[in-house]
Design a protein around this ligand. Structure first.
Ligand code: ATP
Length: 439
């Protein structure tokens, strides 16, 4: 794998387009930087990622509830949260030939343009929020923003959730949904986008308990990547933010980083946001956002620990981590060694030929397996070897083949993606055998 790091991003990008995972958005019109559309397998993979996150952050816990807030928010929200002033990146422009723009904190030197060597301007603060107007009159009262993070939805609904649900601190509110950032430099395929999908959870705790919960969620989230999503643990690490790089609301922040082909980069951030957000919304809205402990009657503004990640960021990480090439019979076999719960298709069902005799039993196998797995029925696409290769490229863990012998012995072949080993099993025992192999 290490030897394949060169060109890995390009190979994964090409595979994603070729096999229907990711397409450049509005491509027939030349596209727009930092925007991508997801094709059929991309959609399936993203649903799996969202589902695994929701299951482990919300469903398997009894102290986290869900929320879906709007993407558009009035200016008041973003003024209170500090985003209209502080949600900026330092922008520098080339004053030489190429006139390109860069994020100053991403450059090794702010003296010379990394593209053409020309002089660079002084950094200026560039606000990354997309601004728009709501309603027919474009006046200052109608200004709204596309949210740059989903978190504010949880803070402005804190009292609603508290009053309508039987929640007690410590508890969390989780949300998945689109966020928008007018990034100065987008790039590395879907790593840094201008429209992306976030999964965030605000965990409200008693002040003083925040550091313990921060440590808890860092460990919990790290474990999720290796144990649930199947990312290689040796390619993950934790990195604590230095004082000067922390967001305006955070007391401490730790990133889970992955070793991308371009170096270590942030996969997820876990921040201790203190009571910054509830306090500022309380001040700006004039509403009481305190919590009263039902046992001690103590009243306070809870502190918040927040794990925040992007679906797109997890997707590119899974794809890079899973991509593999190997030599088989003088040909290069491309395999996505995706975790079974992340793979868009779990079992492909294939009749050996298009003859009617085989289609009936193959459809029957499909029907049985569909009740349990994400199944694709594949009777086109040429000979069986070619169809296996296609499933390898989209990361399907198992193929089940129905051949002419099936009609005699009522048995089918299970072919495994990683080893390519084949096993013949009776149709009646197929589901049990797959359950064992998936376990
Ligand atoms: P950076 O400093 O790299 O711009 P950030 O530290 O501001 O990013 P956060 O605000 O912590 O990012 O965002 C939380 C998570 O949301 C990130 O860990 C990442 O998974 C995802 N994310 C943030 N920005 C983007 C983006 N432009 N495209 C895709 N995913 C993103």
């Amino acid at each position: 794998m290490i030897g394949q790091q060169a060109g890995l991003m390009e190979k994964v990008t090409a595979l994603c387009k070729r096999r229907g995972f990711v397409y450049p958005s509005s491509e027939i019109y030349g596209g727009l930087g930092g925007l991508y559309d997801y094709g059929p397998y991309g959609v399936a993979m993203r649903r799996n990622i969202r589902g695994l996150w929701w299951r482990h952050v919300v469903d398997l816990r009894d102290d986290v509830v869900g929320l879906e807030a709007t993407i558009l928010g009035p200016e008041a929200v973003w003024a209170a949260s500090g985003h209209t002033v502080n949600f900026t990146d330092p922008l520098v422009e080339c004053r030489g030939d190429c006139k390109q723009r860069f994020r100053a904190d991403h450059l090794e030197s702010t003296e010379r343009c990394p593209a053409c060597g020309g002089p660079l301007s002084e950094p200026r603060r560039f606000n990354m929020m997309f601004k728009t107007h709501v309603g027919p009159v474009e006046d200052t009262a109608s200004i709204a923003y596309l949210r740059p993070e989903t978190a504010q939805g949880m803070f402005v609904n804190f009292k609603n959730v508290l009053n309508s649900m039987r929640v007690r601190v410590p508890f969390g509110i989780a949300q998945q949904g689109r966020s928008f950032r007018n990034e100065i430099t987008h790039g590395n395929f879907i790593f840094r986008l201008r429209e992306f999908e976030q999964m965030e959870m605000e965990f409200f705790v008693q002040p003083g308990e925040d550091e313990r919960w921060h440590a808890f969620w860092i460990e919990e989230r790290l474990r999720w990547y290796s144990e649930v999503v199947g990312i290689r643990p040796e390619r993950l690490r934790l990195r604590e933010h230095a004082d000067e790089e922390r967001a305006h609301y955070a007391k401490a922040s730790t990133d889970i980083e992955y070793e991308y082909p371009f170096g270590w980069g942030e996969l997820e951030g876990i921040a201790n946001r203190t009571d910054f957000d509830l306090r500022t919304h309380q001040e700006h809205s004039g509403q009481d956002l305190t919590y009263q402990d039902p046992e001690t009657s103590e009243r306070y503004l809870p502190y918040v620990v927040e794990p925040a990640v992007g679906v797109d960021r997890i997707m590119i990480t899974c794809l890079l981590d899973a991509y593999d090439e190997e030599e088989v019979k003088g040909e290069t076999r491309v395999v996505l060694r995706l975790h079974r719960d992340v793979a868009p298709v779990q079992v492909a069902v294939m009749p050996l030929s298009k003859k009617d005799d085989l289609i009936g039993p193959a459809r029957e196998v499909q029907r049985v397996l569909q009740a349990v797995y994400r199944v694709e029925y594949d009777q086109t696409g040429g000979n069986i070897g070619r169809r296996y290769r296609r499933q390898d490229e989209i990361g399907t863990p198992f193929c089940v083949t129905i051949d002419f012998e099936t009609l005699e012995d009522r048995a089918v072949t299970i072919r495994e993606r990683d080893s390519m080993a084949q096993e013949r099993v009776p149709v009646t025992g197929l589901l049990d055998r797959l359950r064992e192999r998936f376990a």
